[in-house]
Design a protein around this ligand. Structure first.
Ligand SMILES: [Zn+2]
Length: 406
């Protein structure tokens, strides 16, 4: 609330000098009062860590959106909706689908913006039932004169010696094997059906990555029937099966996602470090990163979480820099920028660059909290005394990653 009060105070002061129609001024003031009232009284925080509010009293627009992830504090007055924070959110957080499989069930979840949602529950014909082709009905194992435990023992069958004398020989054993083959085909059919549903789900909802859960043999049975494109999206496997509760599934899924994301970010930083050399496509440090960004050369911008930097913008060419009084690109005196990180992220998004927020990592900490993987080599890389010498980066490149979860 202190942050909001300061933002309101600052914005009101800024607006005083603007030429605005009285009804617009009044609409804006109503928006401010509504926001203050909402965040002070009605907003239920729960597990939410960020809130985005769109408001235009004059047009009757009031849209508060709560997120389980933090957002940077900002108040913007524009004649159109300010969609950049939303774009940044969508860019930063991949969507995961989790498919849990057993031989008779499947469940599909979506994990997005740190929240898990169940999307479907699929039951199939088994357990304990097989299809009787003569009657076109499903009958229980007992109706076939077989106990279900025989089916349950299936997994251990291969342990018994080939042709080993046991009581399951003869007609009885033949019937059982026939039924087992039948159940086997039902299970394959079931896996195929889940694979088809997963494909449909992908088409309707789209997700970036797929996580498969269940017992190992069920996971691999399911994955065999999965479409090639979806197989390539599998980023990990969990043990959770469809019987588990939502919090249990979430806990295991989240642990896997955190491991995967940490390792992806660690890889990204190592890739930048490898390419951080003359004519390479990696840069570390605020100066070289902003220079590359100014030339539209950034493919992935890497920013250390929570890093706070002030800087400057050139009023002539628009280039951001770490706070030089004169623009390093064109020499024009610069204007100060209170939140350089946010300005940098906005510029990167406007160039369709990817944004990666990284927790504490030595490669980034030694570089002022900023780096980038480039699309192409910028024209020149300015040397700045603020940047660490290259040999320091070199020694860190091989340092043990803090993200490895053993
Ligand atoms: Zn300039």
């Amino acid at each position: 609330m202190v942050v909001l009060k300061n933002l309101l105070k600052q914005t009101r002061t800024d607006l005083e000098s603007k030429t605005l129609a009285p009804e617009i001024r009044q609409s804006i003031e109503e928006d401010f009062e509504k926001m203050e009232g909402y965040l002070g009284n009605r907003f239920e925080r729960n597990h939410h860590r960020g809130v985005l509010i769109y408001s235009c009293s004059q047009k009757g627009l009031w849209l508060p959106l709560a997120f389980p992830v933090p957002l940077r504090s900002k108040l913007v007055v524009l004649p159109h909706p300010y969609t950049l924070p939303l774009t940044a959110l969508l860019d930063q957080y991949p969507k995961y689908a989790v498919v849990l499989v057993s031989q008779e069930r499947a469940r599909i979840f979506e994990v997005y913006l740190g929240e898990i949602t169940e999307h479907s529950e699929i039951y199939d014909e088994i357990p304990g039932k097989v299809h009787d082709p003569s009657s076109k009905e499903y009958k229980s194992m007992e109706e076939y004169g077989l106990a279900e435990r025989r089916i349950e023992r299936r997994g251990r069958r291969s342990d018994s010696p080939v042709g080993g004398g046991n009581s399951e020989s003869g007609v009885y054993g033949l019937a059982e094997r026939k039924i087992e083959r039948h159940v086997g085909s039902h299970v394959r059919h079931h896996f195929k059906r889940i694979a088809d549903i997963t494909s449909t789900y992908f088409r309707d909802h789209h997700f970036d990555w797929l996580i498969v859960g269940g017992q190992e043999e069920n996971r691999s049975g399911f994955e065999e029937t999965l479409h090639h494109d979806l197989k390539e999206r599998i980023i990990g496997r969990i043990k959770s099966d469809p019987k588990l509760s939502l919090p249990e599934v979430y806990e295991e899924t989240l642990r896997l996602i955190q491991e995967v994301e940490w390792s992806q970010k660690d890889q990204l930083l190592k890739q930048i470090a490898e390419a951080n050399q003359p004519y390479g496509l990696g840069v570390f440090g605020v100066g070289p990163t902003l220079h590359a960004l100014g030339q539209g050369a950034v493919q992935t911008l890497v920013v250390q979480e929570g890093v706070d930097l002030a800087g400057a913008r050139c009023p002539s060419c628009g280039h951001l820099n770490a706070g030089d009084p004169a623009c390093p690109e064109c020499g024009v005196p610069t204007d100060p920028v209170a939140d350089l990180v946010e300005e940098t992220i906005e510029q990167a998004i406007s160039q369709s660059a990817q944004i990666a927020y990284v927790p504490r990592h030595p490669l980034l900490e030694q570089s002022g909290g900023m780096g980038a993987l480039l699309r192409y080599q910028p024209e020149k890389i300015p040397t700045s005394p603020r940047e660490p010498p290259n040999d320091r980066i070199e020694s860190l490149r091989h340092a043990k990653s803090p993200f490895k979860l053993d």
